[in-house]
Design a binder for this molecule. Structure first.
Ligand code: GCV
Length: 721
């Protein structure tokens, strides 16, 4: 082979591989793309205002902040940016915490430090000896790092950097991801590959992904991570694993991320050799105290424990005749000397309790209001069943004023199409946060309980069950990255509008072109309602197939626990459909404030989106638009399918704004979504039709298969199970 032919072959091979690689890297970079700014006017304006970086201090966090600025600016402005330790030249980017600032710099600050907290930041245009500079500061180095990411966001989203005077601080203290990762590398309800944590190679091998994970989280203000599944293995608390946890904690620390672990309640027996895990037993108490000491010796800023106890077969204090307060307080005492907290989950329901499952957590926990130690926070899922496409807010949020409650959202899409469906979850999160509990009259929304402002709680928190795995794009679906991003932004500021977040994410991840932003943002904002429509419209819930939760299964009725069966939830019969939770039924409505109970109890005032959650209604019941319930339900299912088709049309028009691979990826995924939306529509309508005995209304497409066919489908290896 002559040399030029050889080079030609190499070039062809490169061209074949290169586009995929570039795009794979783009997927990997999440919203931290730092692509060259396309608009020359904007770019040259930034060029003229940013000369060099002047970092004050040399902590690992300041080093990370400096490096991020260098990386960001060199990408966005397509030039290297050097460091310089002086302000003799104009347009320096000065970064450092409050104590590192000299008098001259401090003179530029008014009351900004008084209005931010320890994690807050200030970005300000300042003058020193008549020279203009930009200052990024905070009370702590972490605040500075947050400021840097937010300054870069300004550039990424093409905002003005003229006369800047920005202050911002998180409204929630514990902004945390819950990984449901198992030590064997699998992830419960994980749809983006295996666990990111390579326990086998830790502690020696620090994967670059751990650092990029920390960068991504810091960029949106996430400051904690629970590394392992709430269905916990006690082994994580053994020295063999704690050494690995320590390595991760050291990696995340410069980015302000604290590590937490789940605590298996029976660990004193399983790894401690004790005969009991009774929280009243002195040996057990000592064991946990010693374990806490051992952990804090390795990880001085260890965050604390997350516990799932006496729920779905997990051990807990009730195994010993004790209660949740006894269990939580015992662990809280163990970590209190080190400043640790206990996040105790309220996700409990029992097969032995004949009451409506939606009522059980409230009944169990509300009587304990005010009895938990100061460093305990109850972690409550957004709704009373389990992360459904739509649930009314969990009544516990309105009922425990003396106890700090933290929100648990699910970012991974267990019940929302796994990582095949495009669903923008911040819309769902916002709906819950904005719900009015009426705890102290109108306007006492869930968000005011979560941020501690209503009842003056010091510990506040929001947790998101992570959707992150070792897929190249981290989350399985390129748009699922928006759910990770959005969760972080809402955890930082739970009052933020999901539309603003979607727009920022699109600009940072894909493009600043208005013709791209507008339609794709609309598509994202509508996507949550679309999935509700094609899966569980009008308040239906928990009608997915068994075990793996993939696809429809409203017919499932044979599981050992009644409340695991979809028939328990929809209660379809010849008379009608829906779960009567009003005062004529399970009376779950009574767990809400009286004003709200009244609204939910009455079919005329109950929001139609929650109708069948609270009421069992006849197939002929008249909806607000004049349609019968049967026709309305069928039309909603069809609307969901139509919405997905509209999403496809929108996406197909976006080709020119995107790299080929990401464009195609989303296109293929939307195809799956349309197919599965139809599957949901057809399977559910054929099944419910057996009870309604009615024809499908005009406008609803004929089913593609028979009910028998849909019932015969099996998915033995569905992911995440
Ligand atoms: C971690 C649901 C999920 C389980 C999950 C549980 C929980 O039941 O299906 O996989 O277990 O919620 O939140 O504890």
């Amino acid at each position: 082979m002559n040399q030029s032919f050889f080079l030609y072959i190499i070039l062809q091979l490169y061209l074949l591989i290169a586009p995929c690689n570039i795009s794979a890297q783009e997927d990997y970079k999440l919203w931290l793309q730092y692509k060259k700014i396309q608009d020359n006017k904007i770019a040259s304006n930034y060029q003229s205002k940013i000369y060099r970086i002047y970092p004050l201090g040399n902590s690992e966090t300041i080093q990370a902040a400096t490096k991020e600025l260098q990386q960001g600016i060199s990408g966005l402005l397509d030039r290297k940016i050097a460091l310089q330790q002086s302000t003799n030249t104009e347009n320096m980017l000065i970064l450092g915490n409050k104590s590192s600032l000299n008098e001259a710099i401090l003179k530029n600050i008014k009351n900004e430090f008084d209005i931010i907290n320890e994690e807050g930041y200030i970005i300000k245009s300042i003058q020193l000896k008549n020279k203009k500079h930009l200052l990024i500061t905070g009370k702590t180095d972490i605040g500075v790092l947050y400021g840097v990411f937010n300054f870069l966001k300004l550039l990424q989203t093409n905002q003005s950097i003229e006369n800047l005077a920005i202050t911002d601080a998180p409204k929630i203290n514990v902004r945390i991801l819950n990984h449901w990762d198992n030590l064997n590398g699998t992830i419960e309800r994980g749809y983006a590959g295996s666990s990111l944590w390579n326990w086998h190679k830790l502690p020696e091998f620090i994967d670059q992904r751990y650092i990029d994970y920390a960068r991504a989280n810091a960029s949106i203000g996430i400051n904690g991570t629970v590394l392992n599944n709430v269905n916990a293995s006690a082994l994580i608390l053994t020295p063999q694993y704690l050494e690995k946890v320590e390595a991760l904690a050291n990696t995340f620390r410069p980015y302000g991320i604290k590590v937490y672990l789940t605590a298996r309640f029976s660990a004193p027996i399983e790894i401690g050799g004790l005969k009991t895990a009774d929280p009243y037993d002195t040996e057990v108490i000592n064991w946990w105290e010693e374990k806490a000491k051992e952990i804090y010796l390795r990880i001085p800023d260890f965050g604390g424990f997350l516990v799932k106890a006496n729920s779905e077969g997990q051990p807990g204090p009730q195994n010993y005749g004790r209660n949740h307060v006894d269990g939580a307080n015992m662990l809280a005492d163990a970590v209190a000397p080190f400043g640790g907290i206990v996040m105790w989950r309220a996700f409990v329901y029992s097969e032995h309790d004949v009451n409506d499952r939606a009522k059980q957590a409230y009944s169990e926990f509300v009587p304990y209001d005010g009895q938990f130690k100061k460093n305990v926070i109850l972690q409550v899922k957004n709704g009373a069943i389990d992360f459904q496409p739509r649930e009314p807010f969990h009544p516990m949020f309105g009922a425990m004023p003396k106890t700090p409650l933290m929100m648990e959202f699910q970012i991974t899409q267990e019940y929302l199409g796994f990582s095949s469906h495009l669903v923008y979850l911040p819309k769902l999160f916002q709906e819950t946060l904005e719900s009015d509990t009426y705890q102290k009259g109108k306007g006492t929304t869930v968000v005011k309980i979560i941020d501690g402002s209503l009842n003056n709680h010091k510990i506040t928190g929001i947790a998101g069950v992570a959707n992150i795995g070792n897929d190249i794009n981290w989350t399985g679906h390129p748009f699922a990255q928006a759910n990770w991003y959005g969760f972080g932004r809402q955890a930082w500021n739970p009052y933020l509008d999901s539309e603003t977040i979607a727009e920022d994410w699109l600009r940072m991840t894909f493009s600043n072109e208005e013709n791209f932003i507008k339609p794709v943002k609309e598509m994202m904002l509508e996507s949550r309602e679309a999935i509700v429509n094609y899966m569980t419209p009008l308040g239906l819930h928990h009608i997915m197939d068994t075990g793996h939760h993939y696809g429809p299964g409203p017919w499932v009725s044979t599981l050992s626990r009644p409340e695991w069966n979809p028939v328990y939830y929809h209660k379809a019969d010849t008379k009608g459909i829906g779960f009567d939770r009003s005062k004529t039924g399970s009376n779950a409505t009574a767990q809400y404030a009286a004003e709200l109970a009244k609204i939910f109890d009455n079919t005329a005032s109950c929001p139609e989106k929650d109708l069948l959650w609270f009421h069992h209604l006849s197939w002929d019941y008249k909806l607000k638009n004049g349609e019968t319930l049967w026709n309305g339900l069928a039309l909603k299912y069809q609307e969901g399918v139509n919405q997905v088709e509209k999403m496809q049309t929108t996406w197909d028009q976006m080709k020119n704004y995107l790299d080929e691979t990401r464009f195609k990826e989303v296109q293929m995924l939307l195809n799956i979504q349309r197919k599965e939306a139809k599957w949901w529509r057809d399977a559910c309508l054929l099944y419910f039709q057996q009870f309604s005995g009615k024809e499908l209304p005009k406008g609803v497409e004929k089913p593609t298969q028979t009910l028998n066919y849909f019932q015969s489908l099996k998915f033995p290896f569905a992911p995440g199970n």
